[in-house]
Write a protein that binds this ligand. Sequence first.
Ligand SMILES: O=P(O)(O)OC[C@@]1(O)O[C@H](CO)[C@@H](O)[C@@H]1O
Length: 341
Amino acid sequence: MIITLTPNPSLDRTVTLAGPLVRGGVNRLQSVTTEPGGKGLNVARVLARSGQEVTAILPAPERDPLVAALEALDAPGLSAVAVDVAGAVRVNTAVTEPDGTTTKLNEPGAVLAGAEVAAVEEALGEAVTAHTAPAGADAAPGEDAHSWAILSGSLPPGAPTDWYARLVGLLRRAAPGLRIAVDTSDAPLAALAAALPDAAPDLIKPNGEELGQLAGLPAERATALEQGALAGDYAPVAQAARVLVDRGVGAVLATLGGAGAVLVTAEGAWRATAPAVPVISTVGAGDSSVAGYILADVRGADAPERLATAMAYGSAAAGLPGTTLPGPADLPDQVAVVTPL
Ligand SMILES: O=P(O)(O)OC[C@@]1(O)O[C@H](CO)[C@@H](O)[C@@H]1O
């Protein structure tokens, strides 16, 4: 069973410029594309493209363009559950320049009312129960070692800031064997960190700066983590991730852009170099890394292989335009080099 939750989905509009962005000027667009978006949905789509059965839960009004776009997707294995809410799904814009620079303009999303928050929570609970307790089976919910719930992205206005922390607790009680990944940022990530070790996920995927903040580093040291890794110094990243593992997080997958990624678990720490692929759009690269990690996990891979697979999927996504997400055929020929730290 794999379930994703995207509390704040989006329609991703990618506008492509013929030249560099001129701030304050008139920029003429070469092309415009629109795709379903939102971090959990992206993870679900990558997993489905790699042959997994995935349920993707998200709030969206019945007649929303996102729901229509999801219905039009040719995605065997992906089952989208849109919880009917009042507010329209946001439109997030990515501006891409010829050199691969991507500028994201993300809307806050419509307010989720208290009853809608409860309805989303209920849909998540129902999906967990439906997938883990087949009629007549005695197995406890979530006993399947390869079951994952992935909670991803920002929270819409109206949702409680500590929602992810709360959901981790709820899921732990409902399905003790279920593995839980959380990929978020800003206040919801801080709330999750504040709830450790009680609401500890099995996987988090911060970038360098988020990792530094989570580990309590001063702002300048947090922002320097990725720069340090680019210069070959991965130890501070591993140390910061270790702080979170010591506080109960199962695995920290720190994605570091061009410097690759670091994985820290209770068993060890590894770094992976990014395969050299031309970067076209980084939108969805982090989500694809999460999907790669989970795909390797459900296939029974060890930690270095999970990291290598995360790198492969993240790099493949960076080589695709807009929010186009990779399948197995898009993976780079060059394999990521994984080294213990
Ligand atoms: O505003 P959030 O929820 O943090 O991020 C949303 C988003 O930028 O994340 C995905 C890429 O990771 C996009 O599909 C989507 O537009």
